[in-house]
Design a protein around this ligand. Structure first.
Ligand code: ADP
Ligand code: MG
Length: 516
């Protein structure tokens, strides 16, 4: 009896498992070479020919056109990692792949999938315990430590070693600006990129940067102690309030009509001037003659300001958005220490700094080309995320694979007391974790087996050891002394999401796909 349509494809049992596992492993293998500071970049070319050059796991997997549903689950692991903590995406994807590889050998040895799932879940709990033990000063993170965390997350991301320190400092300064007793207001930190300078010119702006251009050249380029209006008003009469058709039969009538418009524009500008408005951010268009009157009043005006920008300007300056000039009152105006317009090649940017209402900062990232600024933007966002995670989500742990060695060691130590075949799965989990230090060693050009042996013995004798890359080489040493740290949250999240994805894939023994 057929209960499925003829077009349905069905794979069962070991075939389904091995197809899923192979697909999952393939995805994680694709990002493995990018792990760590000496990881390589990938160049991704879309159908349309757009090119992205990146070292970022989530970006790579996001750009790849992955169809296999099990492979797609590994992509989701990376996405979850990116959403939850903003870093550790490659780590999570590589770990998922290795958990699958180890599960495959267990399945070959006739360990039941359910046993593997139980063992993995048990090991994940032990791993979490181990991370908790590894946390260094969660409550008392100083700026030096935070800079080191930021630097660790940014190295190898096209930032250049020379700049890493300056960028890390900018990142920590930005986070400190928006930190309060309630935690870090991460959403108050924007990153804006602009080509035309080296990345060493990246700086922190205490305010927001708007992309809009000044409406007229004869408007001021800078205002101190600026009174700011944010207007959802069309400075153009025919298309807005007076939707009249002029029935013009002679030249006098035409002139009268034009005069009426002129005087309306003039009134707009005078109204703003009366309220001492220095700067107007207008979300709609401004007609040329209206702009001329505004310029005459010495008002700096921007037109077609994007909705998001208008929102952030109101937030930082305390202005309220007003939909009609007649409704504008002095209460609606915001204030900033300065508004200035600066030219960058063909682009003008408006800097609104020292807003009266809220702390909001922008990391103004510079780079020579779009590819550089794009990767720099990703690196800065990683840096901002890890510093936020370190402060708000449980401190930092030693990086460079040192934590992984300790986690694997802890799990192996407990495995002996676990009954039956589950023990094999728990041990397999510990072996899977080794892939991370091993890959760091490989990507640094070290012999992975020697490095792992060396790591374990140093871990046993000194209590802590990682693969630390410096310049072109790597060595086994103490990451704390080398200043290499990751947020604890990155490890918790990677362990959890990789375990979830791997166990979910292992549990599947029947794939029924509708033909399409
Ligand atoms: P992910 O996407 O997982 O964050 P990364 O390419 O950013 O991948 O690599 C992160 C790993 O690199 C972490 O385990 C981190 O501890 C390690 N790492 C960062 N800087 C160094 C360094 N200088 N030496 C050794 N390991 C480092
Ligand atoms: Mg990273």
């Amino acid at each position: 009896m057929f209960i499925l349509s003829e077009d349905t494809e069905r794979t069962r049992g070991q075939d389904a498992q091995s197809s899923n596992i192979t697909a999952g492993k393939a995805v994680s293998e694709a990002v493995r070479t990018t792990l760590g500071p000496r990881g390589m970049d990938k160049m991704l070319v879309s159908d349309a020919g757009d090119v992205v050059i990146t070292n970022d796991g989530a970006t790579i997997l996001g750009e790849m056109d992955i169809e296999h549903p099990a492979a797609q689950m590994i992509v989701e692991v990376a996405e979850t990692q990116e959403d939850e903590v903003g870093d550790g995406t490659t780590t999570a994807a590589v770990l998922s792949g290795q958990l699958l590889a180890k599960a495959e050998s267990l399945l070959d040895d006739d360990v039941h999938p359910t046993t593997i799932v139980e063992g993995y879940n048990e090991a994940a709990v032990l791993a979490r315990e181990a991370v908790e033990e590894l946390v260094l000063d969660a409550d008392d993170l100083d700026d030096d430590r935070l800079r080191a965390v930021a630097r660790t997350s940014m190295t190898g991301k096209g930032t250049g070693d020379v700049n890493a320190d300056a960028l890390a400092e900018t990142v920590v300064d930005a986070v400190r600006q928006v930190e309060s007793d309630d935690g870090v207001a991460r959403e108050e930190i924007a990153v804006r990129t602009q080509t035309g300078a080296a990345s060493s010119a990246t700086e922190l702006v205490e305010g927001v940067i708007s992309e809009e251009e000044r409406v007229r050249e004869d408007m001021p380029t800078g205002v101190e102690d600026a009174s700011i209006a944010v207007l959802d008003v069309e400075f153009d009469i025919r298309e807005s309030s007076v939707d009249a058709e002029y029935d013009v039969t002679n030249i006098d009538q035409l002139n009268a009509a034009l005069d009426a418009e002129e005087s309306q524009f003039k009134q707009y500008a005078e109204k703003l001037a009366d309220l001492d408005v220095d700067v107007a951010f207008v979300t709609e268009s401004i007609e040329d003659r209206a702009a001329a009157y505004l310029a005459e009043e010495g008002i700096l005006a921007f037109e077609s300001v994007g909705d998001d920008e208008a929102k952030s300007i109101t937030q930082v300056t305390g202005a309220s958005r007003v939909g009609a000039i007649d409704d504008l009152e002095s209460d609606d105006l915001g204030n900033a220490e300065s508004v200035s317009v600066e030219s960058y090649g063909d682009d003008d940017l408006a800097f609104v700094e020292g807003g009266a209402a809220a702390e909001s900062v922008t990391v103004f990232a510079r780079g020579s080309t779009d590819h550089v600024t794009d990767e720099l933007e990703r690196a800065l966002n990683d840096g901002l995320d890890v510093v936020t995670a370190a402060l708000d989500a449980g401190g930092v742990v030693p990086g460079g694979g040192a934590s992984e060695i300790a986690i694997a060691d802890h799990i192996r130590g407990r495995a002996a007391s676990i009954e039956g075949r589950r023990q094999l799965a728990v041990e397999a989990f510990a072996d899977a974790i080794d892939v991370l230090p091993r890959t760091l060693a490989e990507n640094t050009g070290m012999d992975p087996i020697d490095a792992l042996v060396d790591l374990r013995s140093r871990h046993d004798s000194e209590g802590r050891a990682g693969i630390i890359s410096e310049g072109q080489t790597g060595q086994v040493t103490d990451p704390v002394e080398a200043g290499v740290f990751d947020p604890a949250a990155v490890k918790y999240e990677a362990l959890e999401s990789a375990t979830e994805a791997a166990t979910m894939i292992v549990r599947i023994d029947d794939v029924i796909s509708a033909d399409n």
